[in-house]
Write a protein that binds this ligand. Sequence first.
Ligand code: SAM
Length: 294
Amino acid sequence: MLIDRYGRAIRHLRISVTSRCNLRCLYCHREGEFSVGMEMDIDEISKICRAFYELGVENVKITGGEPLLRKDIVEIVQEMPPFREISMVTNGTLLSKLAHDLKEVGLDRVNVSLDTLNEEKYKFITGRKLLKNVLEGIYSAYDASLFPIKLNMVVLKGINDDEIYDLLEFSSKFNENGIKIILQLIEVVGNSEYHFDLSEIESKFERMADRVIVRKLHKRRQFILGKKAVEIVRPFHGEFCMHCTRIRVTSDGKIKPCLMKNDGLIDLRGLSYEDMVKSIKRAVALREPFFKNP
Ligand code: SAM
């Protein structure tokens, strides 16, 4: 098991498989990837994942850019070691044709980014008129049982902050036979113009909830309200960092210990398996919480 100097065990790997994207979301943090080299090939991705798996990492999340732009995305999932959970975060625009194939080769679940149910707003936020494709992607993911599906909604002041309950209502329609879709409300990082503080909403859900589930990762809280499930992601406090069990790998094969920091990148490319394991251990030893005070 990989444990850093702050006693945080590394259980989650978030690996980017491309920095390319077919949307231009106005708030996008690009997973902290700003100057990227050539994207890894399938063997490099698989070797890195195996190293993390053998070092005790339990879950992997595949991200991008837009991971479904990779022509070999089904093979990438197929080549993953047997993590407890293999998930993916996607904008959903290309998901409808791929959901079943991905499930078949071992993808457990998806997060689909969906900030609005309004086509005009979708175009304003993402630069493309593709809301219909995203909704088809969500239906296919449901059909393929990629559960629980999380709908990632980045809440933007003055743009979609009035749609939280609409999206909650939309997600609950899939939950007649148990919670299959969870709405994940995300506080925007690094964009002050649209920043919307979710603390009030969080308190409100806390009062209304039938049940509150506290997740190990970041101590995120999930609220269950009948057929509705909502999770809040607010990365602006020490508790979030002190319970961070995640490490990132960029699409060009570098370990990035924290989304918020650009230093401490460690290149895993071209290394023998043994040297890769040593570099991963070194990167974990260098991990620092970004926010230290709760
Ligand atoms: N293209 C994929 C997608 O759209 O889901 C994967 C990459 S995207 C960078 C991963 C997640 O990060 C998305 O759910 C997106 O909404 C979220 N995200 C991007 N920029 C953000 C920001 N500035 N603050 C908070 N979340 C952000």
